[in-house]
Design a protein around this ligand. Structure first.
Ligand SMILES: *Cc1c(COP(=O)(O)O)cnc(C)c1O
Length: 791
């Protein structure tokens, strides 16, 4: 056998990473040195590693520019229907490696940097994550941007350029401590400010009705400054735009009215306006009823709609009637997708622009809504109240979800089970009136970042067997079923996983001074801490295992989440330092989970924990990433995990626990957690230990409220699934003992992961909601003759 490949050699293997021609490498080195000199104003005597990262980032960025301009020219010439994805979050992570991969520059950069005496992986580590998201919802938006560009859609991401993204999490004394995420401190080489496209956004004020229509007066104006980030497709020369808005105070801010005569105070108060884009709210699946949050939502919506209408009016084949633009073709040229209800204000804001500014007269539409319901269900006053856009009460409230359903032509859940719940429970009344409006689009993940980038070893051995087309057509992974019993492939899959685990163990030892045994099963639950995701169920099982080994020899959600973290670190403290356990069981809380950490841990995982209470996880996407990277799933029948089991066959996932209808039934009967406590001695021991301070000797009462929550008011029914979970984990352990059998199931799972590509998800949105066709057109690269409009 040949000597094992080094990491650098492995990254070069797959041909999709680009052929590093001598000329390309020489040009990359020249560019690097030019940027170090002219852009960073450094020589190699004083340059820091960060300077080298920036020199490389600028060199790679240069390759985007021509393609970016060319793509936008192409869209202007062809004037296709444009797709606008509005989201309060874009959880992009790092950009350098993804750009090199999508442009096929990775080998050229690797070689150039190597010849300059530097290490590419080390430089990549210097890049700050763009953490403009909380978790799954924001990462979905990022995966969709990659897929939309790869599918050749004329698409735009619109959001907010938060100055501070999701906080950095440190663990101190076992507790979470938040630090501000000052991600822009050293500058962002991937964005381009566009002050020339700055737009005003109005707040507050009053409405005056006049003969010529409605006027909005005495508003406070905040300017929206766009920052554009290129979004390259995978090797198709398409570069789309993500446009993020930053709040700027106008130069007369507060100088006219109450700060007249106090120039200094007026300038200092500019902060008030600019605070709108200061910081991302760190809430995942939780509504924050704060004025600043509402202002953020209106800010992105108001700026984005102006931008879209400006582009529509100036488009080549759209109406450019100088007197009056016809909006008749607007729906043929513009698709708007709202990511959850966060940008719901786009609906009334678009109405306002069309009615009050563009003077269109279709003001009937809203009153018609309740009239239609009244005609369909005569006398059903309760239904009318349930379906109103306005909730009676003091004060009256707008129901944003109802606004979305009524104001859109399509509504979708993000996994089949979620769409069923949307139709049968959440929007039942609306579904009965407009069944065709309700759709399903099961979420997906981009295989470029979540396989090729984060797990090059696995991508290589797959490409060796089935070629490289799976990277843009993930269903081709099915071909791996031919290799389930192929000893060579089984060996390769196991070997890659082992190498990933060793690499991750080395990272843990270097960065966090913890040693883990790379031969042991890496059982990972990586996701935001949330009660419904039931990290508690996991830790109860870990304590159970600990107790077995020893034998054989809320409060508000946020408070509860922090207490759960403290419990996990405390249990880890006891287990990891108990000489009786040695390295047979370890519990590590990985701090500061984020996209770049996900890229490290997921390829090293053996077991994926997807154990939310059935009916609470809309889809999950972490589950898909882990499946694609060769982890087996222990999971409940929730979110997209249901469809993963369907794709792979139920025998190839470890499914357990109550299903949605059983959870509902339990709610009707009344959930009695104490029954399980009294029935199961193992469980009783665990809870008694936690409550008595076994894991917190210095503060024995610390976790008593947590135990009391589990026993008396646990909305997520952790104890109801405890027994099934422990039994299921027992089955997991037995299979893991048989390495070859385990790897065969791993291969079956990878082969079944094709459905969960965001390329599939985005294609379905395109055809079934947006009314556009993925083009697969390869725009010529910038050094080829200019594009002429197609016939
Ligand atoms: C994919 C991803 C998530 C979503 O994970 P779930 O398990 O679906 O909640 C959250 N955070 C990061 C950094 C991710 O990459």
């Amino acid at each position: 056998m040949a000597a094992p490949l080094t990491d650098q050699e492995k990254r070069k293997q797959i041909s999709v990473r680009g052929i590093a021609g001598l000329g390309d490498v020489a040009e990359m080195k020249r560019s690097f040195n030019r940027h170090l000199h002219f852009t960073l104003v450094k020589d190699r005597n004083v340059a820091t590693p960060r300077d080298y990262y920036f020199a490389l980032a600028h060199s790679v960025r240069d390759h985007l520019v021509g393609r970016w301009i060319r793509t936008q020219q192409y869209y202007y010439e062809k004037d296709p229907k444009r797709v606008h994805y509005l989201s309060l979050e874009f959880y992009m992570g790092r950009t350098l490696q993804n750009t090199m991969i999508n442009l096929g520059l990775q080998n050229a950069c690797d070689e150039a940097v190597y010849q300059l005496g530097l290490d590419l992986e080390e430089l990549e580590e210097i890049e700050e994550d763009a953490g403009l998201g909380n978790g799954g919802l924001g990462r979905l938006a990022a995966c969709f941007l990659d897929s939309m560009a790869t599918l050749g859609l004329a698409a735009y991401g619109y959001g907010i350029r938060y100055e501070f993204g999701i906080f950095n999490q440190r663990i101190s004394g076992g507790w979470q401590v938040e630090e501000a995420d000052d991600w822009l401190r050293y500058g962002n080489p991937w964005e381009k400010a566009r002050p020339e496209y700055m737009l005003p956004v109005h707040f507050y004020g009053r409405v005056q009705h006049t003969d010529s229509g409605v006027k909005w007066l005495d508003t406070q104006v905040v300017l929206a400054m766009p920052y554009d980030t290129p979004v390259p497709g995978y090797k198709n020369n398409t570069v789309n735009t993500m446009r993020l808005w930053s709040a700027k105070a106008p130069n007369d801010f507060n100088l006219q009215d109450f700060n007249v005569g106090d120039y200094i105070q007026a300038v200092l108060d500019r902060n008030l306006a600019e605070n709108i884009s200061r910081v991302l709210y760190p809430n995942d699946n939780f509504f924050e009823g704060k004025e600043l949050r509402l202002k953020q939502e209106y800010f992105v919506v108001a700026a984005t709609l102006q931008d879209i209408i400006r582009r529509f009016k100036s488009s080549k084949f759209g109406s450019r009637d100088p007197v009056r633009t016809s909006f008749d073709t607007f729906p043929d040229k513009v698709a708007l997708q709202l990511n959850d209800t966060h940008p719901a204000l786009a609906i009334p804001e678009l109405m306002r622009i069309l009615l009050d500014i563009e003077k269109l007269d279709w003001d009937k539409c809203w009153t018609v809504h309740l009239d239609r319901i009244a005609a369909l269900f005569p006398g059903d006053v309760a239904r009318l109240r349930r379906m109103s856009l306005i909730e009676e009460g003091d004060p009256k409230r707008i129901n944003m979800a109802h606004l979305c359903v009524v104001g859109t032509h399509a509504v979708n859940g993000v996994a089949r089970i979620h769409s069923d719940i949307v139709r049968n429970t959440v929007f039942k009344d609306f579904y009965e009136v407009d069944p065709e409006k309700f759709q399903n689009k099961t979420n997906g993940i981009t295989p470029r970042r979540w396989l090729l980038l984060c797990n090059p070893g696995l991508a290589d051995i797959i490409a060796e067997r089935i070629g490289e087309d799976f990277l843009t057509d993930l269903q081709q992974l099915r071909k791996l079923l031919d290799f389930v019993d192929d000893e060579g492939f089984i060996r390769d899959v196991a070997k890659v996983k082992q190498e990933n685990k060793q690499k991750f163990a080395a990272f843990l030892e270097k960065q966090h001074q913890v040693k883990i045994n790379p031969e042991s099963m890496f059982d990972v639950q990586v996701k935001r801490i949330h009660e419904y995701k039931r990290q508690l169920l996991n830790v109860l099982h870990v304590i159970t295992l600990y107790n077995q080994l020893m034998c054989s020899q809320a409060a508000p959600g946020y408070h509860m989440a922090k207490l759960i973290i403290k419990l996990i670190t405390s249990v880890g403290e006891v287990i990891n330092n108990d000489p009786a356990v040695r390295d047979r069981l370890k519990l590590i809380f990985l701090e500061n989970y984020r996209v770049s950490l996900a890229e490290r841990v997921i390829p090293a995982a053996d077991l994926s924990e997807q154990i939310s209470t059935a009916g609470t996880e809309a889809s999950g996407t972490g589950n898909m990433k882990l499946m694609l990277n060769g982890a087996l799933t222990v999971g409940t029948e929730d979110g997209a995990t249901v469809e993963m089991a369907e794709e792979a066959g139920h025998d190839n996932l470890f499914m357990f626990g109550l299903r949605v209808d059983e959870v509902d039934e339990l709610d009707r009967r009344g959930y009695d957690a104490r029954r399980h406590y009294e029935r199961l001695p193992e469980l009783k021991l665990v809870l008694d230990q936690i409550r008595s301070g076994f894991f917190s000797p210095e503060q024995p009462e610390l976790f008593s409220e947590l135990v009391s929550m589990l026993l008396h008011h646990d909305r997520f029914k952790v104890l109801a699934d405890y027994e099934a979970y422990v039994d299921c984990q027992e089955r997991v352990s037995r299979l893991y003992q048989d390495a070859a059998a385990w790897t065969r199931v791993v291969i079956r799972n990878i082969a079944a992961a094709g459905k969960f590509s965001s390329d599939r998800t985005v294609s379905q949105y395109a055809r079934e909601i947006w009314g556009v066709e993925p083009s697969h057109v390869k725009i010529p690269p910038p050094n080829e003759p200019p594009i002429t409009p197609q016939s």
